[in-house]
Design a protein around this ligand. Structure first.
Ligand code: GLU
Length: 473
């Protein structure tokens, strides 16, 4: 995805930051420090391909802020990777972590490759070499900088990273915490895979439950019955669609780069995923209408639009045509600053990326804590809770002389497993963050949009940490 002609992606983030900084009272120098990228590591390394050719790989890791350690953020594999993009994404990570009270600084990595053009073995070599370059420069480690999946990467790549790191750091007891988003068998946490999509759902649901916001948009309360358009059927788009559908919304359209499909009665993301896997394309899905120009799906009439792919997909050219009332930014940076202005004037509410897609890093935090504590969530209390619940049920039955139905019994008995605790921690985090941002917005009517309110929230938190550190007395 090319950068917007007027602003680079990083400049867009700076622009949004400046707009929000205006509503805070922090020292100008402190604001400059918060905005700046602290460390930028740009690298080139050679990798021998399957056919014997040597290819020079361009890659980056940016640590935007070390106001808290470690730095945290994904690694993306994409042909569009460049330094500016990684800097922008690393900055968003700082603000994202601050908003959801995850005690990390922001980081991001990128390798400039199209992963579809490499064999699995080549990808493994690239990932392992990238990891050893990070180790060499002390740019990775459970207390330094902790990567995670992003666009074009997943559990498999994270398993390669943790294995490479551990073999280079023998005896490091917390080595598993050098990366998150790992397979469960390699120290991952249950619930990480769906975390970003589930967080998107929780965040949008919370806004949809706010009478003042829904009233202004002319929408009914709640997510049930809402008509949703999702752009991107990767991990985030897939899981966002899944949770909306399971909670009574209708996913009327799904877009991918080869085209989009529309069915007013609602689409099932798993069936669409299987169809795409079998045919190589999202198009020609049974019962749906094809939209060959994928970007046109963004302009469909709907209640909620969820861009869950890449940055800058809604810009000054197509923003005037957007018909959604609410936009949930599941991707990082899907709207340009010009698009923001146009949509504010149209009365559209945009739920901003750096808060809405924070579910991924929130559950990464839980995974990192699990790695440092070396114990699975729920291990200590599950059986205790179940024994206690069984006792309560038997007392109720004894005192009332009535039997509790089997399904109710199973539900009440259940002691929390790892995935239950992770989902509960995520739900609490997203609900709290929504209210923190909304309170800032409601208290200051001059703040024009939710993104600016979210930036104000993030700036206040990061600035408070800096001030408490005493660096700026
Ligand atoms: N890549 C994800 C993001 O942009 C997750 C980062 C993480 O888990 O550290 O938020």
């Amino acid at each position: 995805m090319s950068n917007h002609p007027n602003y680079s992606f990083f400049q867009s983030v700076e622009k949004s930051f400046d707009k929000a900084a205006h509503f805070t009272k922090w020292d100008k120098g402190l604001l400059e420090q918060i905005k700046a990228c602290n460390s930028v590591y740009s690298m080139h390394f050679p990798v021998k391909m399957d056919d014997g050719r040597i290819e020079v790989i361009e890659a980056y890791r940016v640590q935007h802020s070390q106001h808290k350690s470690p730095c945290k953020g994904g690694i993306r594999f994409s042909e569009a990777v460049n330094q500016d993009e990684v800097m922008a994404l690393a900055s968003l990570m700082t603000y994202k972590c601050a908003i959801v009270n995850v005690p990390f600084g922001g980081g991001k990595g990128g390798i400039k490759i199209n992963p579809r053009q490499y064999s699995v073995y080549e990808l493994e070599k690239i990932t392992r070499r990238y990891t050893s370059e990070l180790v060499k420069k002390n740019f990775i480690g459970p207390g330094i900088d902790v990567p995670a999946p992003d666009y074009g990467t997943g559990e498999r790549e994270m398993a390669w990273i943790v294995d490479t790191y551990s073999s280079l750091k023998p005896g490091e007891i917390d080595a598993a915490g050098c990366v998150t988003g790992k397979p469960v068998s390699q120290g991952g946490v249950r619930g990480r895979k769906e975390a970003t999509g589930l967080g998107v759902f929780y965040g949008v649901r919370e806004v949809c439950n706010m009478p003042d916001v829904m009233g202004k948009l002319g929408l009914s309360l709640g997510v049930a019955g809402k008509r949703i358009v999702v752009q991107g059927l990767g991990n985030v788009g897939y899981h966002s669609a899944k949770f909306f559908r399971e909670n009574g919304s209708k996913v009327i359209a799904i877009a991918e780069y080869e085209g989009a499909i529309l069915n007013e009665n609602g689409l099932n993301e798993e069936e669409v995923f299987q169809h795409r896997k079998a045919t190589g394309s999202i198009l020609n899905f049974p019962g749906a209408t094809n939209i060959t120009d994928s970007s046109k799906a963004l302009e469909l009439p709907c209640d909620v639009l969820i861009p869950a792919a890449l940055e800058n997909v809604i810009n000054k050219d197509n923003a005037p045509n957007i018909q959604a009332k609410l936009i949930g930014e599941a991707a990082n940076g899907p709207l340009t600053p010009e698009a923001d202005e146009i949509l504010i004037n149209k009365g559209v509410v945009v739920i901003p990326d750096m808060y809405l897609n924070a579910g991924g890093v929130t559950v990464s935090y839980f995974e990192w804590l699990k790695n440092l504590s070396h114990v699975r969530y729920g291990r200590m209390e599950k059986r205790f809770t179940e024994n206690m619940n069984a006792h309560i049920i038997s007392q109720i039955e004894h005192l009332t002389e009535k039997k509790i139905a089997d399904t109710e019994r199973a539900f009440i008995m259940h002691g929390a497993e790892e995935v239950d605790l992770v989902h509960s921690g995520l739900e609490e985090t997203m609900i709290t963050a929504t209210h923190e941002i909304m309170d800032i917005w409601r208290k200051n009517p001059e703040i024009p949009d939710m993104r600016t309110a979210a930036y104000v929230c993030a700036i206040n938190k990061v600035a408070t940490t800096y001030t408490e550190l005493g660096i700026f007395p």
